[in-house]
Each structure stands twice: as structure tokens, then as C-alpha cells.
Design a protein around this ligand. Structure first.
Ligand SMILES: [Zn+2]
Length: 84
């Protein structure tokens, strides 16, 4: 492994909503993708979150309240309230 400062899980999860929403910078997206390539835990989290959001979009439920409720529930399910 290199000595480069790789993004940590907590940082990644903190930037997750920007990443999913597509508003994260190119550099941040790269960091996140690099991290996910070597961290299965984060890969699962991002995948689950993405599916949840895609589902809401499919249903046409795009209100912020519903999105954040879904995210809250997801994070709670994953025992990650501290990242909310
Ligand atoms: Zn991770």
C-alpha cells in the first residue's frame, strides 16, 4: 500500500450525498471511487444508497423530506447515525 493519504470511510460517508447527487467535484468522485475499489463496506453502502434513491426517483417521490428520511433510515440500519 502507498503512503498516500487515502480517503477514510468516515470521510467518504460524509461526502456520500454529494457523490450520489452528482454534485461532488471530479477530484472527490475519484477519491471516492478509488476508496470503494478497495473497501467493500463502502461499496455496499454506496450501492444500497444509490438503489434507494433510484427507487424514489422511479416512484416520482423526489421531495427532500422523503430523501432524507430514506437516508436516515438507511444509516440507522447500518449503524452509522454519526455520519448523518
Ligand atoms: Zn471504506
Amino acid at each position: 500500500m502507498s503512503e498516500h493519504e487515502h480517503i477514510h470511510c468516515s470521510e467518504l460517508l460524509g461526502s456520500l450525498s454529494d457523490y450520489i447527487d452528482g454534485v461532488a467535484s471530479e477530484a472527490l468522485c475519484q477519491e471516492i471511487e478509488t476508496h470503494m475499489a478497495s473497501c467493500e463496506n463502502c461499496r455496499v453502502v454506496v450501492d444500497t444508497l444509490r438503489k434507494t434513491i433510484t427507487l424514489y426517483h422511479t416512484l416520482g417521490e423526489e421531495t427532500p423530506e422523503i430523501s432524507s428520511t430514506a437516508r436516515e433510515r438507511l444509516y440507522r440500519t447500518l449503524n452509522m447515525e454519526k455520519f448523518l
